[in-house]
Design a protein around this ligand. Structure first.
Ligand code: DLL
Length: 436
């Protein structure tokens, strides 16, 4: 179902006009309220009066994660503290976290955008929906929660942890929809299987998965093990949280809530704007945010905007899956390697479970890549408890990885359940290289 067809199906010309007007307004707002943006614009000799249509966006400066860190905690906040009703923080692993304040209007728009996503996934008032993203500073839990409530569904704020209890709740409360990271969905499936509960014992119909990269193969795996239809949900704290983009029933890319978040794709090295269909770094400008608007925020996420119309009737532009992050990209012996490439290879091998870890090291000044992957429980149970099939499988995986990555990787097959599980975002890479 389409939650807000007035906006989601708006004719493109009207949408561009709306975006232009909103851009002018937000630029004037930050110019007068955030010294950081005013200074940057003065350095570039531009003023809000130079921004009169959405095409003028290219005149504006970019904003980076480093800018947000340098202005920690409230330097980029545009609204006075008395207007801020909620604060979230991004999940950075290094340096200052990014603090994001929301006004009441921001929370309303976020809930609206989230309801659009859930509605596209088929969630309605009769659904019982478990939100198993972390509640807290992370935007996943509360973001999805407000969307379900706004739409009129029944929300169960399960959060993460105590997976067995969660599985029992799914069964006993007749839960029909779930939101969590794709890796947690697989952890749930594993836990269900251990508890002897089958997908057919549950009423799950749909799931909203995101917050970390995942692949088509992982989608199939989640769908068959949990007995639901799995949809992609994308977002980031600096821009809003979950609901920046969402898949519709066509599942051919994710529609961006373009009346609120304006997307661009740029070359991550030259910062030159790239045409639709070309892959590069995704950049967002918030068009309506009051608490902490961002101008041309460089997400570091690599993807492309899909040209052409979607048959669902929504006119919002679609983005492809996130292929990786420009800062997650590993350079191993001079070759660019994305963890998502490794994942695709592993998931194409029936014996491998979707549990893996990449360890990058440097031995005698030479980079090494080790890929640890768990063997699937069902193959393991069929006699994978002797050493030699492990060795054969290691050779097979290594050969496939070599053909895709163009570099040799050492493969270590692990028994089921041995790699660490995560309830939130999974850390797929351990880079042990110490640069001398
Ligand atoms: O992860 C917001 C979110 C919560 C999105 C729940 C979806 C569901 P951050 O913690 O700020 O916010 O992390 C944002 O996570 O720049 C991407 O690199 C990655 N990411 C988020 N969704 C997806 C997705 C939330 N569907 C960062 N596919 C983003 C791939 C994703 N990567």
């Amino acid at each position: 179902m389409i939650w807000n067809s007035n906006k989601e199906c708006m004719p493109r010309e009207e949408l561009r006009d709306l975006q232009g007007r909103r851009l002018h307004k937000v630029v004037a707002y930050v110019y007068h309220n955030v010294p950081f943006y005013r200074n940057k614009m003065q350095e570039m000799d531009i003023s809000p009066d130079d921004i009169n249509s959405i095409d003028d966006i290219v005149k504006l400066p970019f904003t980076t994660k480093q800018d947000l860190r340098d202005n920690y905690p409230f330097g980029l906040q545009a609204a006075p503290q008395s207007e801020i009703v909620r604060i979230h923080a991004s999940t950075g692993t290094t340096g200052n976290p990014t603090i994001v304040g929301y006004t009441r209007k921001d929370i309303g728009i976020w809930s609206e955008c989230m309801s659009r996503c859930l509605s596209a996934y088929g969630v309605g008032r009769d659904d019982v929906f478990s939100v198993a993203y972390g509640y807290g500073l992370f935007t996943g839990g509360l973001g999805a929660h407000y969307g379900v409530e706004n739409l009129g569904g029944t929300v169960i704020p399960t959060s993460t942890g105590n997976t067995e209890k969660h599985v029992r709740l799914l069964r006993d409360l007749g839960v029909t929809g779930i939101a969590c990271t794709p890796s947690y969905a697989l952890h749930l499936a594993e836990t269900m299987e251990k508890m002897g509960i089958k997908a057919s014992d549950l009423k799950l119909k749909m799931g909203a998965f995101g917050a970390e990269p995942w692949t088509e193969n992982m989608r199939k795996e989640i769908e068959s093990r949990l007995g639901l239809k799995a949809y992609n949900l994308y977002g980031l704290s600096e821009v809003m949280g979950p609901s920046v983009s969402y898949e519709c029933e066509c599942q051919d890319g994710s529609h961006i809530n373009e009346d609120h978040f304006y997307p661009e794709i740029i070359d991550p090295v030259t910062c030159e704007r790239l045409p639709d269909g070309t892959s590069g770094e995704l950049v967002f400008t918030t068009l309506t945010k009051e608490g902490m608007p961002v101008l041309r925020y460089r997400t570091r996420d690599l993807t492309r905007l899909l040209p052409g119309e979607c048959s669902c009737g929504r006119t919002f532009v679609r983005m492809d899956r996130i292929a990786g992050r420009s800062d997650d990209m590993l350079i191993i012996r001079g070759i660019n390697v994305f963890p998502s490439q490794v994942e695709s290879v592993l998931l194409s091998i029936p014996e491998c479970a979707p549990r893996f870890k990449l360890i990058v090291d440097r031995v005698n000044n030479l980079d090494t890549l080790t890929v640890q992957v768990e063997v699937r429980q069902d193959y393991f149970a069929q006699g994978f408890d002797t050493l030699s099939p492990f060795t054969d499988l290691e050779k097979l995986v290594a050969a496939k990885l070599k053909s895709v990555l163009s570099i040799a990787a050492k493969v270590q097959i692990k028994t089921p359940g041995t790699l660490a599980r995560s309830e939130g975002k999974t850390k797929f890479v351990e880079d042990r290289r110490v640069l001398e």
